[in-house]
Design a protein around this ligand. Structure first.
Ligand code: ATP
Length: 309
């Protein structure tokens, strides 16, 4: 899959920009109201994790060429990567081209923000590759047009996000806490879960202020005790399998367990990744895709992997 990385023309080797785009989990997720345009008003403490997709960008004279190794995401203009590149061309008038390869590792439609991470990676990489000179605020405004989690994915670390997800307050970075994740084989539509939330009685609101205080104290047992997601009862009502996965994960002994985003991924927190690996080993592989990872203090990592010209 790496053949195209060394793209020789007669006179030059094209520079290739590699970006690691980190997934996210929601330590808390709350809905605090409805905005005038009908969107849900969110309050969520988001955390970057080391699990990532890899994207490779190389300049072309014109056009957007996109390839991916995943059969689970759109291979053409509907992919968030393609849409991010197109949006940048439209708003900046830039006519330069790019070839983008997406190596997918983050489970898809799983509540882990994979598409948003890829969109954020594309905005940041093309800002550099096309020398657009956009500042962080401008990238965040563009990101918000692509998806609610994109602004966070441009920022990363531990962040309190409000509004539609674009009002970001960075919190104190946490140590590399271990995370064990189980993604049952269900493709959950975020839009479907929000529609179902509107029909159901309101659930239990997580205590966001207490979570923020625990983060600021870097008190990991308190963070684990405050995990909460108002969408969890909605997703579990539609997909009871998610409750079974949560019960199995809880029984395997992490510090605390909750569903991420609109699901179906359920994660548990552990002291470190070694412990997360041990917890993962106690789980029945039949539950779904089981991964272990750790908290990460950033969302994107950019590197020129072949810059000789
Ligand atoms: P969200 O909560 O934002 O919907 P999620 O983490 O639950 O995100 P994603 O993995 O981002 O789920 O996928 C959501 C949808 O976006 C999928 O239906 C997928 O087909 C589509 N999509 C478009 N581009 C991508 C991409 N690069 N990676 C993942 N999904 C993508």
């Amino acid at each position: 899959m790496t053949v195209w990385l060394n793209i020789h023309t007669e006179r030059e080797i094209m520079p290739v920009l590699e970006v690691l785009a980190r997934a996210k989990i929601n330590l808390t997720l709350d809905i605090t109201g409805l905005l005038p345009d009908g969107y849900h008003e969110l309050e969520t403490v988001m955390q970057s994790i080391a699990l990532c997709d890899r994207l490779f960008f190389s300049l072309r004279p014109q056009g957007i060429e996109f390839q991916t190794d995943s059969p689970l995401v759109p291979a053409g203009p509907e992919n968030l990567v393609y849409r991010a590149a197109e949006l940048l061309q439209r708003v900046t008038g830039c006519r330069r081209g790019v070839h983008i390869f997406l190596s997918k590792n983050i489970p898809v439609a799983a509540g882990l923000g994979g598409g948003s991470a890829d969109a954020a990676a594309t905005l940041a990489a093309l800002n550099q590759l096309w020398s657009l000179g956009l500042d962080r605020g401008e990238l965040i405004d563009l990101g918000a047009k692509l998806g609610a989690d994109v602004p966070f994915c441009l920022t990363g670390g531990t962040v309190l996000a409000r509004g539609k997800g674009e009002l970001l307050t960075p919190l104190k970075p946490l140590p590399p806490v271990g995370v064990v994740m189980v993604t049952p084989p269900l493709a959950v539509s975020t839009a479907q879960i929000y529609r179902a939330y509107d029909r159901l009685l309101p659930g239990v609101h997580p205590d966001t202020a207490a979570m923020v205080a625990a983060v600021e104290r870097r008190d990991i047992p308190a963070v684990a005790a405050r995990l909460g997601n108002i969408l969890e009862p909605v997703t579990t009502a539609l997909y009871p399998q998610v409750s079974a996965v949560k019960a199995a994960l809880k029984a395997a002994g992490p510090l605390g367990v909750v569903m991420s985003g609109s699901g179906p991924t359920v994660f548990g927190l552990c002291r470190d990744e070694e412990e997360a690996c041990r917890v993962a080993g106690r789980l029945d592989p039949g539950l779904g895709r089981i991964l272990h990872t750790r908290f990460c203090d950033h969302a994107l990592k950019l590197a020129v992997i072949d810059g000789s010209r």
